[in-house]
Design a binder for this molecule. Sequence first.
Ligand code: UD1
Ligand code: UDP
Length: 369
Amino acid sequence: MKIISIVGARPQFIKAAAMSRKLQGRHEEILLHTGQHYDYEMSGIFFDGLELPQPKASLGIGSGSHGFQTGAMLKAIEDVLIAEHPDNVLVYGDTNSTLAGALAASKLSIPVVHVEAGLRSFNRRMPEEINRVVADDLSDLLLCPSQTAVTNLGAEGITRNVHLVGDVMLDVLNWATQRIAVDHSVVLNRFGLTKKAYLLATVHRSQNTDDIARLSRILSAFNSIKETIVFPVHPRARKVIIENGLRLGPQVILIDPVGYLDMVGLLSSARLALTDSGGLQKEAYWLGVPCLTMREQTEWVETVEAGWNALVGCDEYKIVQAARSFSPPDARPALYGDGAAADKCVDLLEHGLEPMNLAERADYANWCK
Ligand code: UD1
Ligand code: UDP
């Protein structure tokens, strides 16, 4: 098969790494990079560190409003799909690149495969929630990381070609932990950190960065925590911090975003994670690091139910108290599969998708003219 994988943002490079490794040698995979993320620390570093093949098509769309960004991607992706005639298109997660990819492919009658389907926060003010709902509705094969995701889709009437496969991010994490087992201390030494004597923080959600009051409360909480906090700053947060002159205490070590292996090293040695990231909540769980999520909802409800993740919103007092006293139980049941999700995804790609029939092929060929 000829498969086009559409990626554009940091977590998608990581998810695509799991799939790419399994597709190589079995199928022709073309990586299409929308250019949603473009700084080396947000993009190239993942291609290098995760040994991802270079994208065959780089659209260079860049940043902008949702309408501009999604619209520009839609047009440019369509051109590539028409030129390449893939058998199907893979989209990942919930970014604007996911939405544009699903829309472009489905309008050309190319089967859409959604990896990480069915996630819901039930908060339509999140741009990601809109992207997920639309991408799932347009998808022909829906690959879910959790039973909750399958149930969410069922509640929206989506039951056909829905499969529980587990989370491809666990596949990548397992690969990474084997890789860094030997030189785990290198990244700690680089930032002068001591194992289990610091917190790891990330903030990038638009709800937390575009609302200056929320971001100020979060940063005030960081300043009130009397432990070292290492904070790889997403460019979105960096911009707001600089433009508004927000100050951080001396115990907060601001660093540029790091590559995946360094991030896994930093997370696995942290005493606690403070984040609004989706991916980090799960990685913290898998690595046995307690997590405080600075949001009001999470899509990864199982981590909260297991007692290893707590929703603390942007309430300064709650964040500081929880950072001091949050204590997960001893038990940490396996969540989101067994680390072989990508194998299941590829198997379903090969056997779970009806190939285009002749009428559909003719329809598609007409479109392409
Ligand atoms: C996007 C996704 C979000 C995902 C996140 C992963 C959408 C709607 N949001 O959010 O779901 O969790 O990626 O990190 O798709 N910027 C740079 N350099 C870059 C990339 C971005 O400076 O390489 C800055 C720009 O000022 C840009 C801002 O960050 O306007 C936001 O980038 P954008 O891709 O629009 O959204 P994210 O917040 O990264
Ligand atoms: N990550 C990374 N370097 C960083 C910050 C995050 O490698 O400086 C990884 C993190 O370990 C996780 C993924 O990026 O695998 C999460 O991406 P992000 O938080 O940007 O997006 P989300 O998961 O919230 O969509």
